[in-house]
Ligand binder design. Structure first.
Ligand code: T5A
Length: 213
């Protein structure tokens, strides 16, 4: 494996699918091969975008956050992240691995929150300014399986966030939306079962990565 140019890889999937676990394993594997790799996440990734992450994930109090506000906060975080971190790093020839990107907005805010899909997609394109992933790994698993993983973690590390606390129907809609996106863009979005052991999933991802890195 020999990275000749920068590239941009995103991970998507329902809560607790194991994205962060796989991002870490992929980074280690690429760095072992001497490939300069940047790992980042959404929402967040730059100081300002991380401030927006705190608001959109942990807002509480008497004033509920409107779905439209939530959408715009994710888009604002992404606009900042793309311009100040992702684009410059890819231009320098690095491999950028991002834990969630605009497919999460389409799935969570577009499909699961039922915001107007055409508008969500136009907003996504506005926020990314042409910075589309070269490859997206969709880690797929039933929400119930993801919940049992994150519940164990919440017990030891603290509370779930606003979106994790949504009802099962919401998370079923998110999963189905991701699978729809993968059907629509089979060249870019590759579905990998998240039910296997982490090492097995990692091997599958390494095979998919060979084509882009
Ligand atoms: N969101 C985000 C939107 O609504 N719109 C958007 O546009 C964007 C960008 C982000 C939230 O914001 C929403 C989606 C989210 O609700 P987050 O904290 O970044 O919040 O949440 P997640 O991305 O869902 O991160 P999680 O940490 O919850 O899930 P991961 O990263 O998929 O899972 P991971 O690797 O942390 O693993 C979870 C647990 O499972 C174990 C791990 O050890 C860990 O304990 N695990 C496995 N167990 C068994 N088998 C495996 N294969 C396992 N892999 C990991």
């Amino acid at each position: 494996m020999n990275c000749k140019k920068g590239c941009f890889i995103t991970f998507e999937g329902p809560e607790g699918a194991g994205k962060s676990t796989q991002v870490k394993l992929l980074r280690q594997a690429l760095e072992k091969r001497g490939i300069q790799t940047i790992v980042t996440r959404e929402p967040g990734g730059t100081p300002l975008a991380e401030q927006l992450r705190d608001i959109v994930k942990y807002h509480e109090g008497d004033e509920p956050m409107a779905a439209e506000t939530e959408l715009l906060l994710f888009a604002a975080s992404r606009a900042q992240h793309v311009r100040n971190l992702i684009k410059p790093a890819v231009a320098e020839g690095k491999v950028v691995i991002c834990d969630r990107f605009y497919d999460s907005t389409t799935a969570y805010q577009g499909y699961a929150r039922s915001l107007e899909l055409d508008f969500v997609q136009r907003l996504n394109m506005f926020a990314i300014a042409g910075c589309k992933p070269d490859l997206t790994i969709l880690l797929d698993l039933p929400p119930e399986a993801g919940f049992s993983r994150t519940a164990a973690r919440a017990e030891t590390q603290g509370l779930n966030d606003r979106l994790e606390n949504e009802a099962l129907d919401f998370h079923l809609a998110v999963r189905s939306a991701f699978l729809t996106i993968a059907e629509q863009e089979p060249e870019r979005v590759k579905v990998v079962s998240a039910l296997d052991a982490p090492e097995v999933i990692h091997c599958t991802i390494m095979e998919l990565i060979e084509n882009v890195v």
